[in-house]
Design a binder for this molecule. Structure first.
Ligand SMILES: C[S@@+](CC[C@H](N)C(=O)[O-])C[C@H]1O[C@@H](n2cnc3c(N)ncnc32)[C@H](O)[C@@H]1O
Length: 375
C-alpha cells in the first residue's frame, strides 16, 4: 500500500473526526471501492463525464479518491468503468461521502457486538468499514443491482473481508441471517418495509433516510418492539442517500396547467421550498409528484390523474386550479397551515409508528396530528 494513500486516509479520518470509526477510516483503502473511474456531474445536470484513473497521475487519482465527497460510480445502470466519455441520466450507485457514511453509522448507534443488515451495498465501502469494526461475520449487505453487487464483492474481497453479500431487493431484507441488532438503509425509502421490522430483534433499531415522491426527506431512527411494530422520532441530522430503486415514483407525463376549478390559495406555494414544509406537504399528498412550468407550481398524482397547479395572480396572491378525484392542494394547504401554526418545526419534531397494518407520521407525540404513509 502506498505511503500517499496511507497519509490521505489519515487526513480523511482527521476530516471525519469520529473516535469510534477512526481506525476503520485509517485502514480501509477507499481506492479499492472507488475503482478505476467515476462519473462527474457537468454543467448540464443530467450529463456526466467519466474521470479515469488512467487519465491522471496516481497521486491525483488518490487525492480524488480520498476527498470527502460522493463519487458516482453508476448512472442509469451504466458503470463508470464501462461508460463512454459522457453518459446521460441520474446516479444509480455511488461511494457516498465518507463523513456522511460515518454519520449514518453513528446515528444508528452501531458498536462492537452488533449484527447489522445494510440495505444498498453500493461500492461496498461502508460494508467494509463495518467489517473492520464489527468483524465480517456480523455484517450482511444487500444490493439490488447485480453488476454493482459483483463490483462490490470483488472490492470487499480485495480488502480482505467476507461478509454476507446478497443480491436482491433490500426491501425484503435478508431473513437468512436474522435477527439483526441494527438495520441501516443506505438508500432512501418511502415507507418502512414490513420485512425489516420482522428481521430486527425486539429492542433493535432501523435507521434509514426516507424520501417520498414529492421530494420530501426525513431521517428515521426507529426502535423495533418485536410484534412487527417499530416507532421513533426523526433525527435532527439532514441526511439522505439516493432513493431505493423499488420505491421510485412512476414516470411523470407532461402536465397541462390551469385545468379544473379555481380559487385563491391559502398558502404561498414557495413555502414548499423549505425542506420541512415539503416533507409535511408530502405527508398530506404522498402520491403526488412536484413539478414546475414557468411560474406555475404543479402537483401531479399519476395513479389517479389528480393534479393541482398554482400561479401568481394580479391580486398579489396565488390562484390554484385543482382537477381529479384527489384534492391535492386542499390536503397540502391543511397540513402546511397546521405546520405553520406549530411554529414551522423541523422534521425532528415528527415521529413514525409502523405496524403491520398501518404506518403513520405524527407531530409532537404519537397521539398528535398524524398522516398515514402509503400502503
Ligand atoms: C448511495 S449507494 C450506497 C452507498 C454505499 N453503502 C456506500 O458505501 O457509500 C445506494 C445503493 O443502493 C442500491 N439500492 C437501491 N435500491 C435498492 C434496493 N431496493 N435494495 C438494495 N439496494 C438498493 C443502489 O443500487 C446503490 O448501489
Amino acid at each position: 500500500m502506498s505511503d500517499t494513500a496511507e497519509k490521505l486516509r489519515r487526513a480523511l479520518a482527521d476530516t471525519v473526526r469520529s473516535t469510534d470509526w477512526r481506525k476503520a477510516l485509517e485502514e480501509v483503502p477507499r481506492e479499492l471501492f472507488v475503482g478505476d473511474a467515476v462519473l462527474l456531474r457537468t454543467d448540464r445536470g443530467d450529463l456526466w463525464a467519466a474521470a479515469r484513473r488512467t487519465g491522471m497521475s496516481e497521486d491525483d487519482w488518490l487525492a480524488l479518491v480520498y476527498t470527502d465527497e460522493t463519487w458516482v460510480t453508476q448512472v442509469d445502470g451504466v458503470l463508470a468503468e464501462d461508460a463512454a466519455d459522457t453518459v446521460t441520466g441520474s446516479p444509480s450507485s455511488s461511494s457516498t461521502t465518507p463523513s456522511l457514511v460515518v454519520r449514518m453509522l453513528e446515528a444508528a448507534g452501531i458498536s462492537e457486538g452488533d449484527r447489522v443488515l445494510e440495505i444498498g451495498t453500493g461500492t461496498g465501502y461502508s460494508t467494509a468499514l463495518m467489517c473492520h469494526r464489527l468483524g465480517e461475520g456480523a455484517v450482511t449487505s444487500v444490493e439490488y443491482d447485480p453488476a454493482v453487487a459483483e463490483r462490490a464483492r470483488k472490492a470487499i474481497t480485495a480488502a480482505g473481508y467476507a461478509p454476507a453479500l446478497v443480491v436482491g431487493d433490500g426491501l425484503h431484507g435478508y431473513p437468512g441471517n436474522a435477527p439483526y441488532d441494527r438495520l441501516i438503509g443506505t438508500c432512501s425509502v418511502r415507507t418502512i418495509p414490513p420485512a425489516w421490522m420482522d428481521q430486527v430483534r425486539a429492542g433493535g433499531t432501523i435507521t434509514t433516510p426516507m424520501w417520498g415522491w414529492m421530494g420530501g426527506v426525513a431521517f428515521a431512527h426507529l426502535t423495533v418492539t418485536g410484534d412487527g411494530t417499530a416507532s421513533g422520532r426523526f433525527l435532527e441530522d439532514d441526511l439522505y442517500f439516493m432513493r431505493a430503486r423499488s420505491h421510485l415514483p412512476p414516470p411523470r407525463p407532461p402536465v397541462k396547467t390551469g385545468i379544473g376549478d379555481a380559487r385563491e390559495s391559502r398558502i404561498n406555494p414557495a413555502t414548499l421550498d423549505n425542506e420541512a414544509a415539503l416533507w409535511v406537504a408530502q405527508l398530506a399528498a404522498p402520491a403526488a409528484q412536484r413539478a414546475s412550468a414557468g411560474d406555475a407550481a404543479i402537483l401531479l398524482d399519476v395513479a389517479t390523474g389528480s393534479r393541482a397547479d398554482t400561479r401568481p395572480n394580479a391580486g398579489g396572491g396565488w390562484t390554484v386550479h385543482q382537477h381529479g378525484p384527489v384534492r391535492l392542494w386542499d390536503a397540502v394547504e391543511d397540513a402546511i397551515l397546521l405546520w405553520l401554526d406549530a411554529g414551522s418545526p423541523h422534521q425532528s419534531a415528527f415521529g413514525l409508528t409502523a405496524t403491520r397494518d398501518r404506518q403513520y407520521v405524527w407531530l409532537g407525540e404519537p397521539g398528535g396530528p398524524s398522516w398515514d404513509l402509503p400502503a
